[in-house]
Design a protein around this ligand. Structure first.
Ligand SMILES: *[C@@H]1O[C@H](CO)[C@@H](O)[C@H](O)[C@H]1NC(C)=O
Ligand SMILES: *[C@@H]1O[C@H](CO)[C@@H](O)[C@H](O)[C@H]1NC(C)=O
Ligand SMILES: *[C@@H]1O[C@H](CO)[C@@H](O)[C@H](O)[C@H]1NC(C)=O
Ligand SMILES: *[C@@H]1O[C@H](CO)[C@@H](O)[C@H](O)[C@H]1NC(C)=O
Ligand SMILES: *[C@@H]1O[C@H](CO)[C@@H](O)[C@H](O)[C@H]1NC(C)=O
Ligand SMILES: *[C@@H]1O[C@H](CO)[C@@H](O)[C@H](O)[C@H]1NC(C)=O
Ligand SMILES: *[C@@H]1O[C@H](CO)[C@@H](O)[C@H](O)[C@H]1NC(C)=O
Ligand SMILES: *[C@@H]1O[C@H](CO)[C@@H](O)[C@H](O)[C@H]1NC(C)=O
Ligand SMILES: *[C@@H]1O[C@H](CO)[C@@H](O)[C@H](O)[C@H]1NC(C)=O
Ligand SMILES: *[C@H]1O[C@H](CO)[C@@H](O)[C@H](O)[C@@H]1NC(C)=O
Length: 427
């Protein structure tokens, strides 16, 4: 029926209905639309044009340090110098392992064993005393665009390095024995409890997530006083990837397509880790799980070398806190004890509220295309990297679908939250 004859048939009421059709585009429709935004305004802080970032940390003075996993990048640890550029930190020499990033022993590729230079830095953290902690996986890829061949680590390569930000010099280096860091381990991030009573040595403890996509996930603990390290919850189901998980990013179901390999799924295990305000509880989850877990840190701090039942006890004390509403990639916390969880499927950051025992939406924004690594600054903002990881060539059959620039975003924390200094030391 033509419109004119329809009008003749039903008169004014049909005309009103016809005029109510407003759909032309999203800005002119009168139908309810998902704006993609929730929570406080998100600000763009820095743009990456040269290298895709992974980790970041913000110092007490507001200096921003960033790192990049690498194969061919010129440097792996950098400092933001202006809105569009970073420079090697503290200098290019320490970013340049002698003899290259990797080598070949009896025909098998191995990563550099240099314990004095940075090979491939995955994560950064600034403790309340304004020390920058640098976590080097010691496992470079051979080429950023084709990172299938990740050589095994050698003793010395995987390390934790402390840099005093006042004079920009290395003040401590910790390496890991083969019984703790397996050749196929992949250390991902770190959190600290520097209080004197955290360990017998009195110098504090570092908790590290081993997210290796090659299998043996779990926690690595390092006593900063003795340099001793140990593992807990290795291959506990709560640290393992979800079998054949298919997340959705930007509304598209995601399968991993690695060049030369059969279609698969994301393989990384244990991912988000964060301490409660007073350091007594560790919250954690694998990358491809919707479940949040926790364990009292006393069970992680127990060194199996001194207590044969410690692994059993840790395993027996894992708590399943239920689902949170999606996969999560990396956690942070603030002075109110809120646990921030980066949510790559939702383009969002959620909070696990330890009082209401529920996940809550904090911020959501269409620019949050794979939030990766967040840090809370002394200025009351949460800073986070956007690196478009699901678009990297290694997950897209060799095609790089990322679009420069990468970006650092920030959002103001709720309820006056800021950097927590409870777990000290303070200066
Ligand atoms: C979308 O709708 C707005 C408001 O009616 C209008 O100003 C704009 O020109 C439209 N855009 C397109 C591409 O049609
Ligand atoms: C940012 O710093 C880089 C490197 O030092 C420099 O080349 C560039 O001109 C600077 N850009 C601005 C806008 O200041
Ligand atoms: C890295 O791999 C890509 C894709 O195979 C290739 O085009 C490029 O030349 C390689 N770069 C280096 C520095 O080897
Ligand atoms: C960092 O170095 C400065 C200057 O040497 C010193 O005053 C400060 O105590 C050091 N910070 C720490 C945490 O050791
Ligand atoms: C930097 O400060 C640390 C800690 O105070 C000190 O041990 C180190 O010698 C200083 N390094 C330089 C190059 O001044
Ligand atoms: C670094 O390697 C050298 C030479 O092998 C060794 O003497 C030193 O103890 C190592 N340092 C650490 C922190 O592992
Ligand atoms: C360390 O002491 C604080 C109080 O100062 C206490 O709350 C905390 O539980 C203690 N930590 C350990 C591991 O005993
Ligand atoms: C990757 O590309 C190759 C060459 O086009 C193709 O044969 C293969 O099926 C693709 N792999 C996947 C997992 O899509
Ligand atoms: C957590 O929930 C409690 C109780 O519902 C509420 O008072 C508090 O503000 C919430 N905290 C955050 C950080 O949202
Ligand atoms: C540990 O592991 C993942 C990588 O798989 C990082 O992206 C996370 O940020 C993480 N760290 C924390 C502190 O949650």
């Amino acid at each position: 029926m033509k419109f004119a004859s329809l009008l003749a048939l039903c008169g004014v009421s049909c005309l009103a209905a016809a005029q109510a059709i407003t759909y032309q585009n999203l800005s002119s429709t009168n139908v309810r639309v998902d704006t993609g935004q929730t929570g406080p305004a998100v600000e763009e802080v820095h743009y990456y044009y040269d290298q895709w970032p992974i980790g970041l940390a913000v110092s007490k003075q507001g200096r921003i340090f960033v790192c990049y996993t690498r194969g061919t990048y010129a440097y792996t640890l950098g400092e933001v110098v202006n809105t569009t550029a970073e420079t090697p930190y503290p200098n290019i020499a320490i970013n340049t392992p002698p003899g290259g990033l990797s080598t070949t022993i009896n025909g098998i590729p191995f990563a550099s064993n240099s314990n004095t230079t940075f090979i491939s830095v995955q994560a950064l953290y600034v403790t309340p005393d304004d020390t920058l902690w640098v976590l080097d996986t010691g496992r470079p890829s051979t080429n950023e665009t084709e990172d299938l061949t990740m050589p095994y680590a050698q003793l010395g390569g995987p390390k934790l390095v402390a840099i005093n930000l006042t004079n920009n010099s290395v003040v401590a280096t910790y390496t890991f024995p083969a019984s703790v860091h397996y050749p196929d381990s992949y250390m991902n991030d770190l959190r600290f409890d520097m209080r004197a009573n955290a360990t017998a040595s009195g110098k504090g403890i570092c908790y590290i997530n081993d997210s290796s996509n090659e299998g043996r996930n779990g926690f690595i603990m390092l006593d900063l006083g003795t340099g001793e390290s140990w593992r807990q919850l290795t291959q506990h189901p709560s640290t393992l990837r979800t079998f054949e998980d298919v997340p959705s990013y930007q509304g598209i179901p995601f399968y991993q397509r690695s060049p030369g390999l059969p279609l698969t799924n994301i393989q990384e295990g244990l991912d988000g880790i964060e301490l409660s305000l007073y350091g007594d509880i560790m919250y954690y989850s694998p990358l491809t799980s919707d479940y949040l877990y926790s364990i009292e840190t006393q069970y992680l701090r127990a060194n199996p070398a001194n207590d044969v039942l410690s692994s059993q006890r840790a395993s027996n004390n894992v708590k399943n806190l239920g689902q949170r509403g999606g996969n999560a990639n990396g956690f942070s916390s603030d002075s109110n004890g809120a646990i921030y969880m980066l949510m790559p499927e939702q383009n969002a950051i959620y909070i696990y509220n330890t009082t209401s025992l529920q996940a809550e939406s904090f911020v959501r924004d269409p620019r949050i295309i794979w939030p990766d690594s967040s840090n809370v600054g002394w200025d009351g903002y949460i800073y986070f990297n956007i690196n478009q990881l699901p678009y990297q060539p290694d997950w897209n059959n060799g095609t790089d679908l990322r679009q420069y620039p990468g970006v650092i975003l920030r959002a103001p924390l709720p309820n006056g939250g800021t950097k927590s200094t409870v777990l000290g030391p303070r200066d």
